[in-house]
Every structure is written in C-alpha cells, then in structure tokens.
Design a protein around this ligand. Structure first.
Ligand code: SF4
Length: 307
C-alpha cells in the first residue's frame, strides 16, 4: 500500500501511460531579481532561477525535440508535458507568452503545458491566455510559496505575501486550473507548527499537488553567506524526515505528492540533502512511515472553506 498519493500513479490513472515533463528554459527573468518587486531574488535562488534545463541555449522547439528523443529512447510508451520551469514563466507581455508556449507544442505527443510562476505574476489576462491553450492541451500551474509563515516569507525575500498567494490560487481555482505548489519544510525560521499550518492551508485551498523540498545552499546566494557566517543552521536529516511525515499527516489525502525531496543543483552546492541521494531519502521517509504506521491525511481535518 502506498502511504501517500504518488504522482506517477496519478499520471497512469489519468492518461493511461507514463508522462514525462520536459524542462524548458524560455529566457524569462524574475521581477524579484530585476528590481520590479525586489533585487537579488529569494535568498536561496541562484543565477539559474531555480531551474535545471540542460539545453537552455537552444530555441524552445529544439529543447523539446531533444528531450523527447532522450525520453523515447528510455521509455516505450510516454507522453509529455512541456514544463516552463526556470524563473517566472508568466513574466512577459501576453503576445510574447503566446509565442513561447506555442513553440513548445511541437506535436500531439505534448499533451500539456506546466507553467511555473510566482503568485503575484498571474494577472487575469494571463489566465485568459492560458484558457486559450486549454482548448488544445491541459494546462497546469505551479506556484511557489515555500511556507505560509509570512514572517519567514520576508526573511526569504520572496517579494510576495501569503495574501497574494491565496489570491492567485482562488482566482485560478475559479477557472478550475490544476495547481501544484512548492514547499520547503525545513526552513530554519519555521517550527513544526508552521509546517502543519502550511499543510492545512494548502488543503483548505483545494490545491492539487505539492512538491516538497529540503533547503539546500548554493554558492553566490544570500543564503550561502548566512550559512558560511554561521547565522543559520540546517536541521538534521532526522528532523527533515519528521517534518515531511508531519506535513503529510496533516495534508488532504487527495493532494498529489510530486516529490518528497528535490535534487540540489549539480554544481555550486555548498549544502544539499545531507550528502545523500534523493532516492535514499525517499526510501528513509517511506520506511519511517511504515514503522510509525502512518499515512498522508491521517491527521487531516476537512475545513469548510470552499473557493
Ligand atoms: S521567485 Fe523563483 S526565480 Fe524569482 S528569485 Fe525567487 S526562486 Fe528565483
């Protein structure tokens, strides 16, 4: 029995086949880096804009074709979502966005667009544009949040508030968008209450998916400076596992878990995942859930917010 709702299973149930996301670098920047919202970006974000697209120097269409070739060699039956991952993928005039999103739809094997963005860069005209694309393919949204602790959001220099996140979710949900959000459960400024409240708010808002991350420290970031000067301490692996399990227990069982931990970047990492691989940590979390006989939603209480 799975103790949490796995993404791979959801894709199989929904599309009858394996679905692979193709990471695209579309040449966007971020209003939290260029001075519009803030300067320097989130304290953990490096110059890649938290994205790892391998073929970032190629045009979008070429990037998609390259990845398709790689995945089709690996998997027999596979369909694709074009994943606009790095930086803020709605941060441009609507005509520019239309062109970039269209470029990724190279053929009918691309069954969806996955657009990662900031909650404060999702105006109605962008949702109108995405509605156009929904006539052809599925469109999923990824909204960064990290924590519901609005004081920690300030320390992270996110440049948006909790209210702006809730506003974006409510507006996108009115149009029935599938929304995934990104959470870091071991932020040094958050305690277990923050982790639980994050799970409860995400559940109450009817968010569809969660990507759980551990905090990693990358060179040339404000976080790296804090870490090297001893101003912050990253908790132990044991604490991380505990927080992930607690988060899952308070999360609605309907929410799809995209990941329990992320890979740090290949280069420039000062601290990442306690020197372990993603698979090792996932195995440890799953084993611990077995041992405790617990599961996603075990402590979840349905709230009556409806959006
Ligand atoms: S919003 Fe994303 S791209 Fe912008 S600074 Fe933060 S992590 Fe980096």
């Amino acid at each position: 029995m799975d103790r949490y709702r796995k993404l791979s299973k959801y894709f199989k149930e929904r599309y009858g086949t394996r679905v692979q996301r193709i990471p695209i670098f579309a040449g966007f920047t971020c209003p939290n880096r260029d001075g519009t919202k803030g300067k320097g970006g989130c304290i953990f974000c490096d110059a890649t804009g938290s994205g790892f697209a391998a073929f970032r120097n190629l045009p979008i269409r070429e990037q998609v074709l390259k990845w398709k070739e790689i995945y089709k060699r690996k998997y027999k039956n596979v369909k694709f979502f074009a994943y606009f991952q790095a930086f803020t993928n709605t941060y441009a005039p609507v005509d520019v966005l239309r062109e970039k999103y269209s470029d990724a739809l190279v053929d009918e094997e691309i069954i969806g667009l996955d657009i990662s963005t900031r909650p404060d860069v999702l105006p109605e005209e962008v949702l109108d544009l995405l509605d156009e694309f929904r006539k052809k393919v599925e469109v999923h949204l990824e909204l960064g949040l990290q924590t519901v602790n609005y004081k920690t959001l300030k320390i992270l220099n996110r440049g948006h508030t909790l209210a702006e996140f809730i506003d974006a979710v409510v507006r996108a949900k009115r149009r029935n968008y599938v929304i995934t959000t990104h959470i870091i459960v071991n932020l040094p400024w958050d305690d277990m209450e923050d982790v639980i409240e994050t799970a409860r708010i995400i559940s109450a808002l009817g968010i569809d998916g969660v990507k759980i991350h551990s905090l990693y420290v990358v060179k040339n970031t404000v976080l790296a400076k804090m870490y090297e000067e001893g101003r912050i301490k990253i908790g132990t692996l044991e604490d991380y596992i505990n927080r992930v399990i607690m988060f899952l227990e308070h999360l609605s069982p309907d929410i799809i878990i995209h990941r329990l931990v992320a890979d740090p970047p290949h280069e420039g990492t000062i601290f990442g995942n306690w020197g372990l691989s993603k698979t090792q940590i996932v195995n440890m979390i799953e084993k611990e859930m077995e041992k405790r006989d617990t599961w996603q939603g075990k402590k979840w209480k349905k709230l009556s917010i409806s959006v």
